[in-house]
Design a protein around this ligand. Structure first.
Ligand SMILES: Cc1ncc(COP(=O)(O)O)c(C=O)c1O
Length: 250
């Protein structure tokens, strides 16, 4: 199956999940997770109509965005999402290139992203704040990063006050080998609680290749799908040559 065939299948699955859930397909954005995949494959996906791509190595994102933009045709039309955890000292690679950073779990990181975004993106009368999603450790797993659910809304409120960034929503990766549905529903409930308190938490980023239909049923507005589009990552768990892995999981 080609990337275009895979994309068509994923989109059909998203449509079906939306129909079953009584949701509008336009309310679910498919992010093609292109980490470790070459630009040629991104161009192939873009040619098949895919606009949103997700990366979780900071330098890989920088290199791909710059190369895609320099190569004209598709580069400037694409929307890039940084979907992994991010070291503060690498915020500079991401702040001016990504539209959204999905896994923010430290105030220091949000402040650095805001500082970088403010300098580079806020030009005169056309400010474009960098969108942030709070990464929530929804399964409360000790070894995982992410804000604990009980702290998430206070943390989100603090992010909402940082200049240069705009709070957009919540993100999670449920524990491996567990039924993801209760975790998706818990994130949705947390989001609804935040909305009721006036926090701008429209987006729910949840669902990967093996569980995105369930995530859509629970209210996902972004699904992050890699393997089902590009195939298995041959270097699973390894960063591209010379780059430290910033994101998890691999
Ligand atoms: C945060 C995050 N979301 C989504 C994905 C995509 O996962 P899959 O290839 O299972 O669709 C990855 C892959 O590494 C990821 O790190």
């Amino acid at each position: 199956m080609s990337i275009a065939d895979n994309l068509a299948l994923v989109r059909a699955t998203i449509d079906a999940a939306c129909t079953t859930a009584g949701r509008n397909t336009a309310d679910v954005v498919l992010i093609a997770v292109s980490k470790t995949r070459p630009l040629a494959e991104i161009r192939e996906a873009a040619a098949a109509g895919q606009s949103d791509f997700g990366e979780n190595y900071a330098q890989e994102l920088r290199d791909k965005v710059d190369e895609a933009a320099g190569g004209a045709s598709v580069g400037l039309l694409l929307t890039w999402h940084y979907i992994g955890s991010l070291q503060t000292n690498k915020a500079k690679y991401v702040a001016t290139r990504a539209a959204l950073v999905h896994d923010v779990d430290r105030l220091e990181l949000a402040e650095e992203l805001g500082k970088r975004a403010r300098v580079a993106r806020w030009t005169g009368d056309a400010p474009t704040p960098l969108g942030l999603l709070v990464g929530v450790n929804i399964g409360e797993e000790p070894q995982k990063s992410g804000v604990m659910p009980r702290d998430a809304l206070v943390f989100a409120a603090a992010i909402a006050r940082i200049p240069g960034v705009a709070l957009r929503g919540l993100m999670c990766i449920p524990p491996a080998d567990a039924d993801p549905i209760p975790h998706f529903e818990r994130l949705r409930a947390l989001r609804d609680d935040g909305l009721a308190r006036g926090l701008p938490l429209r987006e729910l980023s949840m669902g990967m290749s093996h569980d995105y239909p369930q995530a859509i049923a629970a209210g996902a507005t972004f699904v992050r799908v890699g393997t089902a589009i590009f195939g298995a990552r041959s270097l699973r768990g390894l960063a591209p040559a010379g780059q430290a892995p910033d994101g998890a999981p691999a």
